[in-house]
Design a protein around this ligand. Sequence first.
Ligand code: LMR
Length: 403
Amino acid sequence: MATSLFSDIHMAAPDAILGITEAFRNDPTPTKVNLGVGVYQDAQGRIPVLNSVQQAAKIWATQEDTKTYLPIDGVPGFIQANQELLFGKDSSLLKEKRVATVQSVGGSGGLKLGIEFIKRFMGQDTIYVSDPSWENHRVIFEAAGMKVETYPYYDPQSFGLRAADMLSTLRTLKPRTPVLLHACCHNPTGVDLDESTWKEVVDICAERELIPFIDFAYQGFADGIVPDSRPIQLFVEKGLTFFVANSFAKSFSIYRERVGALSVVTGSQKEAAAVTSQIKRIVRMIYSSPPSYGAQLVAIVLSHPELRPMWENELGEMRNRIHEMRHLFAQKLKAVLPDKDFAFILNQRGMFSYSGLSVDVMKALREKYHVYGLDSGRICVAALNHSNVDYVCESVASLVKGT
Ligand code: LMR
């Protein structure tokens, strides 16, 4: 064989999150549990296809009459429904056509479009993310040529928010610094800001003229569709312009369909049109135009008089089950480790619990007990159920006892 062109390509390190799922898949042990990736599982351990989504698929099968390209900015009905979900049906922003929304390849795609826009058009080379943040934030932002700095967020001593440190760091940032904020269900910690801290963040963003970039991947998983969008409302009420990347992977349980969007709240209809036109050019440069299927299903569900309430119920069931599992997890851990305090787990929200377990414990959990969580100690409580929670807690206890 002639000299290969690829002989000096090294293996990439496994992905910090999806690599754990690959290792889980390759593990033949029947008692294995995947608490790594942020994916909701029902009481039987299945990743459900929601009824509302199944019904929408049937409707779409009767409606689809072409496979031609979508417009670069995506399915029109999806864009409108998404804006109404984020900002409210009666939002004056929407009446004034001040929001530029472009469908994206999942929430990650929305982050990518947003950061490319910031890099190209807003003259910025550094973005601030929470310490810690979702692993892929850094990956996506650095790949766009940005430096990634952190602002204080999680306090491992109190298992809560370093609110004062976070706010004082944000106060030091130069005008027009982009700041990534998690709207709710902070990934990986599950620790969210309360309303008064959000108000302070919004005030600082206004005073310092920062560029807020909100990642909204878990709408409906904390308190509900409307309450979870409260931080966005606060930015709107303050009259700020900002970015939101959102995802339907979790709220519709359609992970592999890759449905998300980037929305940019601008100052006027004219600005929104200009911003949309530039984001469309970025889409064209990266993947030309978006896929159709998942966004059509979301558009049908959100605008259908029966499927919409059906979806809201299904989302509520997912939220309630996660809540129940979080309580069960804390209670069972307390039962097997009575000397330790796990009350902090109850204050966390969304799919994740930052368990406080060390990297050594997380590795031993995988190697000895086939319980897969992230090295950071992040555990997906949305994958716990009545059949696996005892095994998980006992495995944790056998490693933690005496430490
Ligand atoms: C996670 O954090 O586990 C999810 O957002 C899935 C992913 O792509 O990382």
